[in-house]
Design a binder for this molecule. Structure first.
Ligand code: E4P
Length: 226
């Protein structure tokens, strides 16, 4: 399973990639706006932080397919070969995804709220499709269930696009989709931190440390005993 960080905050990217086996970073215009400054500079800083081999997702801005393709080529020039270009899964986006496929540029159909939208992006040649789990929940539907349907639909239709589940608010949403076999998820730093936070675990780890300190002395490890 691929695990991505959904943020444009370079400090958070450095902190979390040092701790967790993260595969890469996903961004969108909202995340770039949240950190402010020059968006191209932010994207370059992220690329530098994760290295040239990690997949990095960046989104096109124009509403027409030609403009989207132009943005996509510029993003690949800026960020290198392991760039996946996010294209909104709308009619002009499907046209752009076909153009990018023909040009050998990997695309992710994004802003996916419904299975048929994902199917269309996948059929156009997207390498990934990104359903927005929590935003679907916020509309009164079941984001996890819709994302499961999308995953099953792509498999049954033999389409190679991978589901990149996005827009999470809870560990429960992420876990449900991991259990279902969704091949890629992207989590905001706060969701990833919350997922790994458990006072019972901290207490157990602290008790082991205290037991060993009582046996061998404060601050000693196994290496000091061997
Ligand atoms: C990721 O690719 C999406 O752009 C992102 O997860 C959307 O998340 P949000 O609903 O938290 O903005």
């Amino acid at each position: 399973m691929e695990l991505y960080l959904d943020t444009a905050d370079v400090g958070e990217i450095r902190r979390l990639t040092a701790l967790y086996p993260v595969d890469g970073v996903t961004t969108n215009p909202g995340l770039l706006a949240a950190v402010g400054g020059d968006p191209a500079g932010t994207l370059c800083a992220i690329r530098e932080a994760i290295g040239p081999d990690a997949p990095m997702f960046a989104q096109v801005i124009p509403a027409d397919a030609e403009g989207m393709a132009r943005d996509a080529r510029a993003l690949v020039r800026l960020l290198g070969r392991n760039t996946v270009v996010k294209v909104p899964a709308v009619p002009e986006g499907f046209r752009a995804i076909r153009m990018l496929k023909a040009a050998g540029i990997a695309a992710c159909g994004t802003v996916v709220y419904a299975p048929m939208q994902a199917l269309m992006a996948a059929k156009a040649g997207a390498a990934y499709v990104a359903p927005y789990v929590n935003r679907i929940d916020n509309l009164g539907y079941d984001g996890v269930a819709v994302t499961r349907q999308i995953h099953d639909l792509l498999e049954r239709q033999g389409l190679p696009a991978k589901v990149l589940a996005a827009s999470f608010r809870s560990a429960q949403q992420v876990q449900a989709l991991c259990l279902h076999g969704v091949p890629a998820v992207t989590c905001a730093p706060a969701v990833l931190d919350a997922m790994m936070k458990n006072p019972a675990v901290d207490e157990a780890v602290a008790a082991f440390a205290a037991d060993f300190a009582g046996l061998a002395g404060e601050g000693k490890g196994m290496a000091d005993m061997i």
